[in-house]
Write a protein that binds this ligand. Structure first.
Ligand code: AKB
Length: 304
């Protein structure tokens, strides 16, 4: 029987994982450093994952055997304070690793990102293991985390599983401080019938994925027999790729009248170092991954 701890549980992914596990009647302890909403359907404890003793205590108290460690400062926010981003992203992961080894945690899920790539990665279509020189502190910390995952699997057989997420599209729960956030902002503007100023230029192609696919991918990866996994760092996954201009046209083709302006800011440079498209065939081969949500199906969900 799984007993799951989710850190950073009130973020974009956390909310959806809680919903998913709640529907399956699985025990979940959600932790975060923010106030939980009143209707959170699971146990909640305030806990800063930089406080190792507190997390260790909660793991013992609630007999946790699986961890979804979702705490992260995303790419754009990360550039505002790289020192703090490294601390939050890496010290928290190192704490979770140590606690997991000491408490014999069965499995850890930890999201990586397309931010691990860089301009030498053949960005038109990145393979699973190209040259990787990330240009953001977020990307550097995610790549370092991937190396840690690989190291601790080899050293202690700690079963950490990870996906390199593209931009994740959810409407109910907003992300915070990412470079792919424009897509959610534009979709929300369209839903609210307001115009939108995009912080990326109109031709910036980036990979995206609908939230249901993001959850499904993680659950699938977490449930497969470890022997099937040939990668112990992080797996490429994607849904579809799109530019802001193409998205604006798709929205308009649904009869929604939206004016989109383009005023690229510092996030443009980040996006320029990220993939346009991703080869996720190894995920397909190893654990049967394929996305369910095309662009059309995603927009049907968003606008229905
Ligand atoms: C970001 O934009 O920073 C994130 C990501 C792709 O990891 N959404």
């Amino acid at each position: 029987m799984e007993r799951i701890l989710i850190t950073g549980a009130l973020g974009q992914l956390g909310h959806e994982f809680i919903k998913y596990f709640n529907n399956k009647d699985i025990f979940v302890l959600a932790t975060d450093i923010k106030d939980p909403p009143k209707n959170l359907p699971c146990l909640f404890e305030f806990a800063d994952v930089l406080n190792k003793e507190r997390i260790d205590l909660l793991v013992k108290k609630y007999k946790i055997n699986t961890v979804y460690h979702l705490v992260a400062v995303l790419s754009a926010n990360g550039e505002k304070n790289p020192y703090n981003s490294w601390k939050v992203n890496m010290e928290s992961f190192q704490n979770i690793i140590e606690i997991s080894v000491n408490n014999k945690i069965k499995k850890v899920f930890w999201p990586s990102s397309i931010a691990v790539f860089g301009t030498e990665s053949n960005l038109d279509f990145v393979s699973q293991n190209p040259a990787m020189n990330p240009e953001t502190i977020y990307g550097v910390s995610k790549l370092a985390g991937e190396k840690l995952a690989n190291y601790y699997f080899n050293r202690f057989e700690l079963d950490i599983r990870s996906l390199r997420y593209p931009g994740i599209i959810s409407i109910d729960t907003l992300p915070g401080g990412g470079t792919t956030d424009y897509i959610i902002e534009m979709l929300n503007s369209a839903k609210n019938k307001s115009d939108y100023t995009c912080f990326l230029n109109k031709e910036t192609r980036l990979p995206m994925m609908y939230i249901d696919d993001a959850i499904e991918a993680a659950i699938k990866l977490m449930s497969v027999d470890r022997k099937k996994l040939t990668i112990s760092s992080s797996y490429n996954v994607t849904g579809f790729s799109i530019t802001p201009f193409e998205l604006a046209n798709e929205i308009k083709s649904r009869g929604i009248d939206i004016t989109v302006d383009y005023k690229p800011d510092f996030r443009q440079e980040i996006a320029n170092s990220w993939p346009k498209d991703i080869d996720d065939s190894i995920s397909n081969k190893d654990w049967g991954w394929s996305c369910n949500f095309s662009l059309k199906k995603t927009l049907d969900k968003v606008f229905n």
